[in-house]
Ligand binder design. Structure first.
Ligand code: MN
Length: 284
């Protein structure tokens, strides 16, 4: 199932080129009470029940075409957005070759460097815009598979990691290059893009073998396959949960491949992940 938030916080079911407004599926649902921070994102916490209701009302729901809706992030309130640095070999090579542009402060493998966090306030959907905060500095796209956690867990064994996955989305880990800490440079408002929808885990048989690509104004800049990750998704989930409890709605941006490059106002980034979908977003 492809579930999305769109327009003025409408809940949508994506059905081919159509979005069905299934907001009514939320009626009467006991959403997590305040303080929800301790539980996770309300929709993802209640996802199985919501999807059950969605199926009941979908055929009679009002419809729009994909082109006519404005996609918000499919997770509205993650407690954290986890980033995986240097997780594709060829991206490491390009970063090493341009040390004056990329951060000079980080050394060693992904296992030596650890994970990083992006502020939840940086999160937007594909119907919004990436707004360059410091146009004089270099802002790069990092195209990634986004994994959305569906079930709370701490110290999750690798073998059980996928029991904790709600689904997958396209993720953009936007970054302003420079010497500061990653969490600072990658947490700028609008610098975390997720969407255009959440594809539930049952639809993706093998998330570790998905082609993905990103083009800027029609020219391919990044193209790879998730099999090229250095540490795989199961290990990311297990490792992250050794350090912090993963909650429903938490997002893992699983690392970018080679081809990261600068974007400037007016650019359009087109993203595609096999089995997940495709979407474009404008840079301003
Ligand atoms: Mn990244």
């Amino acid at each position: 199932v492809k579930i999305c938030w769109f327009d003025d916080y409408r809940l949508g079911l994506v059905d081919g080129r159509i979005v069905r407004d299934v907001t009514a599926a939320l009626d009467g649902l006991s959403v997590t009470p305040y303080p929800s921070r301790l539980h996770g994102d309300a929709l993802i916490c209640n996802l199985p029940g919501v999807i059950e209701r969605v199926h009941k009302i979908a055929s009679g729901a009002p419809t729009s075409t994909l082109a006519d809706v404005r996609f918000l992030s499919p997770v509205l309130q993650p407690t954290k957005i986890i980033g995986v640095p240097v997780n594709y070999l060829k991206h490491i090579e390009e970063a090493e070759a341009q040390r004056e542009v990329f951060a000079q402060r980080y050394h060693g493998s992904v296992l030596e460097q650890g994970l990083f966090l992006k502020a939840s306030s940086s999160l937007i959907g594909f119907g919004e815009r990436v707004q360059l905060r410091f146009p004089e500095r270099r802002t790069d796209h990092e195209m990634e598979l986004g994994v959305v956690i569906g079930k709370r867990g701490s110290k999750i064994p690798k073998e059980q990691a996928f029991d904790h996955v709600a689904g997958y989305s396209i993720a953009l880990d936007m970054v302003v290059r420079g010497p500061e800490d990653r969490s600072f440079r990658k947490s700028i408002d609008t610098y975390a893009v997720l969407g255009p929808w959440l594809v539930t885990a049952d639809e993706i048989k093998d998330p570790q073998h998905l082609d993905f690509s990103l083009s800027v104004n029609g020219a391919v800049r990044q193209a790879s396959n998730t099999r090229n990750m250095i540490i795989d998704i199961a290990q990311q989930i297990s490792w992250a949960s050794e350090f912090y409890t993963l909650l429903p709605g938490d997002i893992i941006m699983t690392g970018t491949c080679e081809g990261v490059s600068r974007v400037v106002p007016g650019d359009t980034m087109q993203c595609e992940i096999q089995g997940v979908g495709e979407a474009s977003i404008l840079v301003t």
